[in-house]
Each structure stands twice: as C-alpha cells, then as structure tokens.
Design a protein around this ligand. Structure first.
Ligand SMILES: Cc1cc2nc3c(=O)[nH]c(=O)nc-3n(C[C@H](O)[C@H](O)[C@H](O)COP(=O)(O)OP(=O)(O)OC[C@H]3O[C@@H](n4cnc5c(N)ncnc54)[C@H](O)[C@@H]3O)c2cc1C
Length: 406
C-alpha cells in the first residue's frame, strides 16, 4: 500500500524533522506539512532566552531556510490547520475549507500551555509563553521594567524571570512546590533558588494563586494565603498539556498525550504521533513517558521517517535537555525518574558542577551547570554497558572522559 502522500500535522521541531528525514531516507512521494501558525517553522527555545532578551530578532528563529522546503519538495502550508481526521476515508479536513487524503498521517501537534484555574486569568496583561506572538508581547512589556509576577518556577518561568530581572523588572515568582521540582534534583533546585534570589527575584514558595485582580488589566495576584502581589504584568508558566484534541476527536487512544507504541504508531496503523504530543514507551528505560524537548521531537521525527522508509527500530534515544538562566547553563542528560541516589561532582559554590543520579546502581541522569564536558561524557555513558560508580562520579580525579571514550 502506498504511503503517499505523507501528511504531517504541525510544523514544529518534530514535524519539520520528519519531513526532512523522509527525504534523507529516500522517500520520493508527496509530503504535505500543515502548520496552524502563519510564521515559517521556527525554533521555540530562544523565545524564552535570546529572543526575549532582545539579543536575537525574528530572523534568527527559523528552523530551516524557506528554500529548504521548496528544494525538498515539502508542500508547507502555513496558516492551515487540520480540523478533522476521517480515518475511514484516510483524509484530513483543513481550516481553509479543503481536504487532503493521506497514505500515512503523522501527528506532530505539540503542546499548549496549561491553563491556570483562577478568576482573572483572561485579563489583559496576563501572558503565557509558547509562540512568537507571546514572546513578542512579553518582550515589549519588559522594556518598561514592570512589576512582573511569574506563576510557576519551571524551566520557562525561571528563564523569563532571569531575563526580567536582568532588564530591571521587579520580579516575583510564585511556586507551589520547589523550583523545577518535576525535573531536577533537590540539590539543583536549591542552587537555582539561591541564584535567582541573587539575580534579584523574590519567591513565594509553597503557595498557590487564588485570583488575578484588575479592572481593565491585571493589577495584582492574590495568593491562597491572602497575600496580594501588585503586578503590572503576570506570566503563567505552569507547564503544558499535549495538543491531542484532533486525535481524541478521531477516536485515537489518548492518555496524557496521543498513545503510541515503541515504533511511535498510534492505535491506528496509518497514523503516527511524535514530539511533545506523543505518549510513548521508552524502549531502553522500560516505562512510558511524554517528553517536552527539542531532542525528543527531532529524534522521534527521524525515527518515524526511518520506519516509513522500511528501517523500523524501537525508539530508545537518550533524552537530553538544556536551559539557560542568567549565566547558568544547565544541561541534562537522561531522566531523573526513579533516581535513588544523587552525588555531586565539583563544588556548587563555584557555579560549575554536576549532579549524577543513579537508579538501581546504574547512572540514569547527569545535570551539569556550566560544565559542558560532564554533559558530553554523560551522553556517552548513560544507557551503555560502561559502568560508573557513585564514588567515581563524585571523585574529581576520576577520568570521566576516559570512561566515556572507551
Ligand atoms: C519558550 C519555550 C522554551 C523552550 N526551551 C527549550 C529548551 O531550552 N530546550 C528544549 O529541549 N526544549 C525547549 N522547549 C520545548 C520545545 O520547544 C518543545 O519540546 C518542542 O518545540 C516540541 O516540538 P514539537 O514539534 O513536538 O511541538 P511544537 O514545537 O509545539 O510544534 C507543534 C506545532 O503544531 C501546530 N499544530 C497544532 N495543532 C495543529 C493542527 N490541528 N493543524 C496544524 N498545525 C497544528 C502548532 O501550532 C505548532 O506550531 C521550549 C519551549 C518553549 C515554549
């Protein structure tokens, strides 16, 4: 049965990679890449980093030059959303009134901001950060050195906080648990709390948001303990949820994202799902997860293209991630899920160190702050047969690079 046309819904990191890799794998059929956004496909990470700081403009964001899509015969349709999947007819209905048949459909619909459940969340002056329009609006507002309240101390909230503080905004971060609590070790969480205070931010920890108040725009955030934080602007960064509405409406199995098997195939064999929207079993880790990272989106884009080109392999790529906050460059290799022992390599006081997390005696994750060498080594050790003990990891004299190269 012919796979052509391959229709890809979503032109983020995952969708663009899938289209590109299909050509690299020799797929010669038709490729249609649908994007609900009007901008040429772009990188999201700079939106909370260089772009927000004003160190990069819109021209630095594109994922690929426009010529790439033409040359690779990728039919990129900007501002055209898929509105319905007719699985029986193998057809996708489009927001421009048209429809397109598919041989194989790839859902790369990403994620959307989790909505804060509090009165006042729709007031002008309340922002979330997911796309270029959001980043542009926040960037413009920051120029006035506002009183900004950031709700959520995850990666994005803290990246915005570091930039806001550096631009002279009076910055307060509200967090119900601990900074980056879902993703990093307590050691790292504590360090970042201290560093952000040094950058100039104030924290309200262990408390939630009861309401956002204001007449015509946001003027204050009311906390669950009754405290009122005056604000000129509010940014909500409490995580994302998978964009799986299209899949759900089509009757595909969904549970914290679109459920796929180890080959990234959904409950319908003619449909795959990749990137932020996919809930997948990690072949090497042995558990199901949904990841929100460029690495995952890109590697799953490559994996689905390889499978469609007749080279199937269970998805087992090492997860890695980065986050820039002020002058702290954090890089994470592996996942902290189930880690039962942490050790530190280097001295956190020098602001250049790594934490090594072990699961059942095996290295599972390395978090490196301003230590790119440890990150590079970790990527070559985690998930391999190379054995590293916690004692060796914590010993600065131990030759980590040597082990990685072996
Ligand atoms: C501000 C910010 C900073 C980040 N920083 C980092 C970082 O430092 N490192 C890192 O690894 N990751 C980072 N991430 C996460 C990373 O950007 C995502 O994991 C990545 O973009 C996922 O790629 P994706 O293609 O799965 O989804 P997305 O990039 O979200 O792309 C999905 C696209 O699909 C489109 N779409 C959805 N539904 C439809 C439809 N029905 N029809 C047509 N199009 C549709 C959406 O509009 C969107 O353009 C950051 C994210 C944000 C928002």
């Amino acid at each position: 049965m012919s796979l052509s046309p391959v229709v890809i819904v979503g032109a983020g990191h995952a969708g663009v990679q899938a289209a590109t890799s299909l050509r690299e794998e020799g797929f010669d059929g038709e490729i249609v890449l649908l994007s609900a956004e009007k901008y040429p496909p772009y990188q999201r990470p700079p939106l909370s980093k260089a772009f927000l700081k004003g160190e990069m403009d819109i021209h630095g964001l594109p994922l690929r030059a426009e010529a790439h899509f033409r040359e690779q015969r990728i039919d990129l349709r900007l501002g055209v959303a898929a509105t319905r999947i007719d699985r029986q007819a193998q057809q996708v209905e489009l927001s421009d009134g048209g429809a397109i048949g598919y041989g194989h459909l790839i859902l790369a619909t990403g994620a959307r901001q989790r909505r804060l459940d509090a009165p006042g969340v729709d007031l002008p002056g309340v922002f979330a950060l997911r796309d270029i329009a959001d980043a542009t609006a926040i960037r413009e507002r920051l120029q006035a050195k506002p009183r900004i309240v950031i709700i959520g101390a995850g990666f994005i909230g803290l990246e915005i906080a570091a930039t806001a503080a550096s631009l002279g905004a009076e910055t307060t971060i509200v967090e119900i648990a601990r900074p980056m609590g879902r993703a990093v070790s307590p050691i790292l969480s504590d360090l970042y709390l201290k560093e952000h205070r040094a950058f100039g931010a104030r924290f309200r920890l262990g408390v939630g948001v009861a309401a956002i108040k204001g007449r015509e725009h946001a003027e204050a955030v009311v906390l669950t303990n009754g405290e009122v934080l005056p604000a000129d602007m509010v940014v909500v960064g409490i995580g994302v949820v998978a964009e799986d509405a299209l899949a759900r409406a089509a009757g595909l199995e969904c549970d914290n994202g679109i459920v796929v098997d180890e080959h990234l195939v959904t409950s319908d064999p003619a449909i795959s799902a990749i990137g932020d929207c996919a809930h997948f079993p990690h072949a090497a880790l042995g558990f199901r997860t949904r990841l929100e990272s460029v690495q995952n989106a890109v590697d799953q884009g490559k994996a689905v293209a390889a499978r469609l080109a007749g080279k199937p392999k269970p998805y087992d790529e090492l997860a890695w991630f980065w986050s820039d906050q002020g002058d702290l460059k954090l890089m994470i290799a592996g996942l902290s899920h189930g880690v039962d022992k942490w050790v530190v390599r280097g001295d956190p006081a020098t602001r250049a160190f790594s934490t090594f997390g072990f699961r059942d005696g095996k290295l599972a994750v390395v978090e490196s702050v301003n230590r790119a060498g440890d990150h590079a080594a970790a990527k070559r050790i985690i998930g391999t047969t190379k054995m590293l003990t916690p004692e060796e990891a914590a010993d600065p004299a131990f030759d980590l690079r040597g082990l990685a190269k072996r």
